[in-house]
Design a protein around this ligand. Structure first.
Ligand SMILES: *[C@@H]1O[C@H](CO)[C@@H](O)[C@H](O)[C@H]1NC(C)=O
Ligand SMILES: *[C@@H]1O[C@H](CO)[C@@H](O)[C@H](O)[C@H]1NC(C)=O
Ligand SMILES: *[C@@H]1O[C@H](CO)[C@@H](O)[C@H](O)[C@H]1NC(C)=O
Ligand SMILES: *[C@@H]1O[C@H](CO)[C@@H](O)[C@H](O)[C@H]1NC(C)=O
Length: 593
C-alpha cells in the first residue's frame, strides 16, 4: 500500500512538474484582468467623465450597453459575479450576516467553489487587490483566508470605505493601516506589484483590481465592532455613508456638474410602488446636496481613470496587450434624485441595475458598441471560455460573445431577459439623509424585497416586478424609458394598454409564468427559462410565447403566480408563496418546476 502510494504521489508530482513545464513553455491562453468599481452608474454618465477609460477601453474595445447586475447591492452582486450564480442559488443575499457578507459566503461552501479556485485548478495564477466582499474584516480575515489566490491584498472592514484610512491585508500577513494615504492610489500601486508578480511567474494570469470609488465614504468608528452574530437594525442605522472623498488633486474638478435632469428626476408625482411611492419630493436644499454628492463621485473616479491609464502603459511595456483581455465593470449601479430617491442603490430601476461593461482584448471589435443583453451571471462563463475551461452545469449565465461574428449572431438569438432579485433593506446614503436629532437615517426600509424581470426584445422593452407587499410594477420602456408610469393597473377610464398590439391581459400571464421560472431557476433554465414552459423548444422569447396558440396554456394551465406571504430580510422560501407553476400533470408539461 505504502509503496503504491509513494509511486502514485511520485507520478502525480512528475505530472505536475510536466504540467508546469508545459505552461512555462507554451501556454498561450490569454491573461484576464477585471477592473471592478463600486456603485458606479451608467445612467448618470459617470463613464463620460473618464477620458482615459475612453481612450484605452471604449475606443479600443466594445461597450456592452445592456449589461445588468442581478441584485443591486455589493456583496450579493459580487458573489454572483465570482460564482456565475444568481443570489437565489448562492443564498448570499445581504451585505452582513446572517443573510450575507463574507461569513455567509464561507458557510454556503462558496469559498471552495468560485472563480479563483477554478482558475488555479486550470493552471492560471490568480491575483486580487481591493474590496472582495462586505463583512470581510480585521477579525475574520484569516478564518478562513479567501481561497484561490496566488497573491492577494484585500481591503478590510471596517476600514474598506475610508478613502483616507484604508486597511489592506496581504497574503497571510497581518492587516496594515494606510492612514492619510489615498485608498485608490494605494490600491493602484498594489495592483501593479501583483501584475509584476504575475508576469514573473510566466503563466497565464487572472488579476482583479477592485477600488471602492465611487462608493460613499464610511467612517470606521460607526461600524459596530465586527462579531459573528448579526448586527441589529439600530446598529446598522448608526453607519453613516457620506460623500465620497476624491484625491486632493481632483477635488476642484467639474464645477457645476449636476445629476442629469431626466424625466424621472425628482418628479412632481411619486412613482414606484411599496415604500417608494411614499417618498416626499426633494427640497431645493436636498437637490443641491445630491448634486454635490454626485460631483464628488465623478471626482473620486478620476483616480480610477488614472489607474486605468497606468495599467495600459504597463501592459504595453510588458508586451502583454496582444494576449490580455481587460474587463471593466461595477458591482451595481446607483441612483441620485431619480424617483425622489436620496443617493443609494438596492432598487430595480434601470439606474441601479444597468451598469457599465466594457471589454478590450485580442478578438474584440475596436470601438464597438452592442445592445445584446448580458448580466453579471455571464462574467464567469465568459472567463471560463477565454481560459478554455468547460462551463460548469450550475452556471446561471452563458459566455458573452467577444468577437464580431459572435456579437452579430447574438442579435436575435441571445436571451432577452435578466433575472433581477432583491431581499431586505434599502438605505439612504449621504449625511443629509440622517436626522440631526438622533443621527439615524430618515428612512430605513425593511420591505425592499422583490422579484423582477428585465426584458429587451425585438419591439418591446419591459420591466416587471412583484414585491413582497404583493404590489406589481410594469413599465413599458419603449414609451416610458424613465419608468414613471406603472401600467400594471390601467385606470378603468383608459383604453387597455397593449404590448405588441396585444392587451395586457394576454401579456401579463406570460410575464407571470416566466417570472415564476426565473426567480428560482438553476443552471440552463436560467439561460433558457422558456424551455420549462415549452419543453418542445418552440418558444425562445416573449414574442414567441405571445402566439395565440398558447393563450389557453397561459390563462388556464399555469395555475400559480409569484406572490409573498411576508416581507423577509433574507431568502426564506416559506414566506415566498407558491414554488411551482401548478401545471396539470399530463402531457408534455409533467416536468413541473
Ligand atoms: C486609522 O485606522 C487605524 C486602524 O487601522 C486607527 O488606529 C486610526 O485611529 C485611524 N485613524 C483615523 C484618523 O481615523
Ligand atoms: C467568435 O465567437 C464565437 C462565439 O461567441 C465562437 O463560436 C467563435 O469560435 C469565435 N470565432 C473566432 C474566430 O474566435
Ligand atoms: C414597509 O416598511 C416601512 C418602514 O419599515 C413601513 O413604514 C411600511 O408601512 C412598510 N410597508 C408595508 C406595505 O409593509
Ligand atoms: C438562506 O439562508 C438563511 C440564513 O441562513 C436561511 O434561513 C434560509 O433558509 C436559506 N434559504 C434557502 C432557500 O436555503
Amino acid at each position: 500500500m505504502k509503496l503504491l502510494g509513494t509511486a502514485l504521489a511520485l507520478a502525480a508530482l512528475t505530472s505536475a512538474v510536466d504540467h508546469q513545464h508545459a505552461l512555462k513553455q507554451g501556454d498561450s491562453r490569454p491573461n484576464i484582468i477585471v477592473i471592478l468599481t463600486d456603485d458606479q452608474d451608467l445612467h448618470m454618465q459617470s463613464v463620460e467623465y473618464m477620458p482615459l477609460l475612453k481612450k484605452h477601453m471604449i475606443d479600443q474595445g466594445t461597450y456592452y450597453k445592456k449589461h445588468y447586475c442581478t441584485t443591486a447591492i455589493c456583496c450579493p452582486s459580487r458573489v454572483t459575479l465570482w460564482t456565475g450564480k444568481n443570489a437565489h442559488n448562492t443564498n448570499v443575499t445581504d451585505v452582513h450576516p446572517p443573510y450575507g457578507g463574507f461569513p455567509k459566503f464561507v458557510s454556503e461552501g462558496l469559498n471552495k467553489n468560485y472563480l479563483p479556485v477554478w482558475l488555479q485548478e486550470a493552471g492560471y495564477s490568480t491575483f486580487y487587490t481591493g474590496k472582495l466582499f462586505n463583512a470581510h474584516n480585521v477579525q475574520n480575515w484569516n478564518s478562513p483566508h479567501p481561497a484561490g489566490w496566488t497573491s492577494s491584498d484585500f481591503l478590510l472592514d471596517p476600514f474598506t470605505y475610508e478613502y483616507l484610512n484604508a486597511t489592506f491585508q496581504r497574503n497571510q500577513d497581518e492587516p496594515v493601516s494606510h492612514e492619510g494615504e489615498y485608498s485608490t492610489d494605494v490600491l493602484a500601486q498594489k495592483a501593479f506589484g501583483l501584475l509584476e508578480e504575475a508576469v514573473d511567474l510566466g503563466k497565464p494570469f487572472f488579476l482583479t483590481m477592485a477600488p471602492i470609488a465611487p462608493h460613499s465614504n464610511v467612517a470606521a468608528q460607526q461600524f459596530p465592532e465586527p462579531r459573528s452574530t448579526p448586527f441589529t437594525a439600530a446598529e446598522l442605522m448608526q453607519v453613516k455613508m457620506t460623500t465620497p472623498i476624491p484625491a486632493q488633486r481632483h477635488k476642484d474638478l467639474f464645477p457645476g456638474a449636476k445629476v442629469p435632469r431626466t424625466a424621472n428626476f425628482n418628479p412632481d408625482k411619486p412613482s414606484g410602488v411599496s415604500w417608494l411611492k411614499h417618498l416626499d419630493q426633494l427640497s431645493a436644499e436636498a437637490v443641491q446636496y445630491n448634486d454635490d454628492y454626485y460631483r464628488a463621485r465623478l471626482q473620486a473616479l478620476q483616480a480610477v481613470d488614472e489607474m486605468v491609464d497606468e495599467l495600459f502603459e504597463r501592459l504595453a511595456s510588458y508586451g502583454l496587450l496582444e494576449n490580455t483581455y481587460v474587463i471593466y465593470t461595477s458591482d451595481n449601479g446607483f441612483h441620485i434624485s431619480q424617483h425622489r430617491l436620496p443617493p443609494g442603490k438596492e432598487c430595480g430601476f434601470e439606474e441601479d441595475i444597468n451598469i457599465p461593461l466594457i471589454i478590450r482584448g485580442p478578438s474584440i471589435p475596436v470601438g464597438g458598441e452592442t445592445d445584446i443583453v448580458t448580466a453579471h451571471t455571464d462574467i464567469v462563463p465568459t472567463i471560463f471560455k477565454l481560459a478554455g475551461i468547460k462551463p460548469r452545469e450550475d452556471f446561471d449565465g452563458s459566455a458573452i460573445p467577444l468577437n464580431k461574428t459572435g456579437l452579430q449572431q447574438a442579435i436575435g438569438e441571445r436571451q432577452e431577459h435578466v433575472n433581477v432579485e432583491y431581499w431586505g433593506n434599502a438605505l439612504p446614503e449621504g449625511k443629509h439623509w440622517f436626522s440631526l436629532d438622533d443621527g439615524k437615517p430618515v428612512f430605513y426600509v425593511n420591505n425592499n424585497t422583490y422579484k423582477a424581470l428585465r426584458l429587451i426584445g425585438k419591439d418591446y422593452n419591459l420591466f416587471y416586478s412583484v414585491w413582497c407587499t404583493n404590489e406589481h410594477e410594469l413599465y413599458d420602456m419603449v414609451t416610458d424609458p424613465y419608468q414613471i408610469n406603472n401600467i400594471y393597473h390601467s385606470a378603468p377610464t383608459e383604453p387597455e394598454r397593449t404590448i405588441l398590439n396585444l392587451p395586457l391581459s394576454k401579456v401579463l400571464p406570460r410575464l407571470d409564468a416566466l417570472l415564476m421560472v426565473t426567480k428560482s431557476c438553476k443552471g440552463a433554465t436560467c439561460v433558457n427559462p422558456w424551455s420549462v414552459l415549452h419543453p418542445q423548444g418552440d418558444v425562445k422569447s416573449l414574442g414567441d410565447a405571445l402566439n395565440t396558440n398558447f393563450d389557453a396554456f397561459y390563462m388556464l394551465d399555469v395555475k400559480e403566480k409569484v406572490s409573498f406571504d411576508k416581507c423577509e430580510l433574507g431568502y426564506i422560501v416559506e414566506s415566498e408563496g407558491p414554488q411551482a407553476l401548478g401545471l396539470p400533470v399530463f402531457g408534455q408539461h409533467k416536468e413541473d418546476l
